[in-house]
Design a protein around this ligand. Structure first.
Ligand code: PRP
Ligand code: URA
Length: 204
């Protein structure tokens, strides 16, 4: 269920996100751009229904979106991916899951959760980095526990280890990513990766 974004613009944007000389203001713009491309890919199979509308010339059957969308960023870095979803889908609801990796163990600790109604809706969990997969698996467990039945994970950079972890626990959940990198280092950072996404996004 892994989908790797294949577009020259995506490759270009990822390159500049990886570059350690890219400053936070540019990093935020690039995050917006790559998330916009991912948002389009991750919603490619959204259901539509037919309505009859009137153009200035005649009535015509026309397709409109038929499923409500919920975007759920995993705080804090996931916030850098939300805006394109809100811009594209005006009726989207936004939920929040706060998870923070312990620097020594790389195990994520939950510190916040605020979610709208999830049953029947397409839930898009957004988190730029899929490293060990621990945060993603926790977040998927949370939304499934709240009644979500249609969940998609959207990340910017993924590791093979993180993809395998999500697939082990949730084999049916689609993962959309812009880059599948080589491996994790001993501190569970993605290689070649782009460093700490949250720190680079917020200049911390
Ligand atoms: C980063 C990232 C993911 C998590 C991925 O967040 O945004 O949420 O690490 O790692 P994992 O796959 O090994 O769980 P971090 O915990 O650093 O918090 P932050 O977003 O507040 O910077
Ligand atoms: N979180 C990040 O921000 N970067 C990584 O490489 C791994 C986890």
């Amino acid at each position: 269920m892994l989908h790797v974004l294949d577009h020259p613009l995506a490759a270009h944007v990822i390159t500049h996100l990886r570059d350690k000389t890219t400053k936070p203001a540019t990093f935020r713009t690039l995050s917006y751009q790559i998330s916009l491309l991912l948002a389009i890919e991750a919603t490619r199979n959204l259901p539509t229904e037919v309505r009859t509308i009137e153009t200035p010339l005649e009535p015509t059957p026309a397709r409109v979106l038929a499923q409500h969308l919920v975007v759920v960023p995993i705080l804090r870095a996931g916030l850098g991916m939300v805006q394109p979803f809100v811009d594209l889908f005006p009726d989207v609801s936004v939920g929040y899951i706060g998870l923070e990796r312990d620097h020594a163990t790389a195990v994520a600790r939950s510190y916040y959760c605020k979610l709208p109604a999830l049953p029947g809706r397409r839930v898009l969990l957004v988190d730029p980095m899929l490293a060990t997969g621990g945060s993603a698996v926790q977040a998927i467990d949370v939304v499934l526990g709240q009644g979500a039945t249609d969940v998609t994970l959207v990340s910017i950079v993924s590791s093979p280890e993180g993809v395998a972890e999500v697939e082990k626990h949730h084999p049916k959940i689609p993962i959309h990513t812009a880059a599948l990198d080589r491996e994790l280092n001993s501190r569970k950072y993605i290689l070649p990766g782009l460093g700490d996404f949250g720190d680079r996004l917020y200049g911390t």
